[in-house]
Ligand binder design. Structure first.
Ligand SMILES: [Zn+2]
Length: 84
């Protein structure tokens, strides 16, 4: 039987997941789905994985231009994040 999480539990699960150094794309997909279901903003956590294939971005190339941080993923997709 599948247990429904409370929003607090879901948020904790997400936070715990991003505490680890290595993200796994199938896990990231689950976490993303969880965050959408519970309407929890991922905020800075979104910068940890590729928007397209959800791979961990830490091995990718990172470039900084005037307004954006551009993280190129191994899949070739360029993830752009606004620098605040
Ligand atoms: Zn990618």
């Amino acid at each position: 039987m599948k247990k429904e999480l409370s929003k607090t539990e879901a948020r904790k699960k997400i936070e715990d997941y991003f505490k680890q150094d290595n993200l796994n794309n199938s896990q990231t997909r689950k976490i993303k789905r969880l965050s959408m279901k519970y309407k929890i903003r991922l905020g800075d956590y979104r910068k940890r994985f590729c928007k397209k294939c959800l791979l961990d971005l830490k091995d990718g190339k990172i470039r900084i231009d005037k307004f954006y941080k551009i993280a190129e993923c191994k899949c070739g997709f360029k993830n752009r994040f606004k620098i605040s």
